[in-house]
Write a protein that binds this ligand. Structure first.
Ligand code: HEM
Length: 194
């Protein structure tokens, strides 16, 4: 449990640090927060990233309060249940071409349609589900959108010479890239101010 607490605490810290990093006191230079709603593809990219490359493959374990039978399996009172969230997001019976990165899967009629709380059925649950769902889910999604928007707004990105992007994962404290990303980044500052 301590490990999970540390993961959550570091997620919160990372979000706060990135917010401070990108706040430069000049709101004209930043894409205003309310504009994010007008960029559904951005939200679709964030959701697809969470589905395809979740930061953790398991969410917090839960303890069963009463013995229950689930699809023929008897789960005893007091058992600890882990939810394999990565596998849920990669289930070929639920997702078409699950190992492909396709943000378009979240777009319906130019808008994003996804029930993050799972009230109409759970297709992925990186924030948990039900009454103990992460209360910071909306805030986290907003910050992730803002973070990605700013990275694109301020910098031009290209692949480093001779490097091929390899999205293979490995598990460290959280899930990270096995072969770290190498990118050439240049400022778009001139383009933004002119
Ligand atoms: C990408 C970012 C985040 C992810 C993936 C995430 C994921 C989770 C997960 C899986 C849980 C456990 C749900 C369960 O018990 O089944 C949780 C709980 C929680 N999260 Fe987050 N979280 C994120 C960001 C945040 C942020 C930004 C905040 C606060 C501002 C936050 C506050 C909490 C709190 C307070 C709980 C405990 C809720 C409870 O036990 O009733 N989380 N989160």
């Amino acid at each position: 449990m301590d490990t999970w607490f540390l993961i959550l605490a570091s997620l919160c810290l990372a979000i706060i640090i990135t917010s401070l990093m990108f706040y430069n006191g000049d709101s004209k230079k930043l894409p205003p927060g309310h504009h994010l709603k007008k960029i559904p593809y951005l939200k679709a990219v964030v959701l697809e990233e969470l589905r395809r490359h979740p930061p953790a493959h398991l969410v917090l374990p839960h303890r069963v309060t009463e013995q229950v039978e689930l699809q023929g399996y008897m789960i005893p009172k007091g058992a600890t249940i882990n939810f394999m969230v990565a596998e849920m997001g990669w289930d070929p019976e639920v997702w078409e071409e699950p190992m492909e990165f396709k943000p378009e899967r979240f777009l319906v009629n130019d808008g994003v349609v996804f029930d993050i709380g799972g009230s109409k059925g759970i297709k992925m649950m990186h924030f948990g589900a039900g009454r103990r769902i992460c209360p910071g889910a909306d805030l986290a999604l907003l910050h992730l959108e803002y973070f990605v928007a700013n990275l694109i707004w301020y910098f031009h990105w290209s692949v480093a010479d001779g490097y091929h992007v390899d999205l293979t994962e490995k598990v460290k404290f959280t899930v990270v890239m096995k072969n770290p990303l190498q990118a050439k980044i240049s400022s778009r500052a001139k383009m933004i101010t002119t």
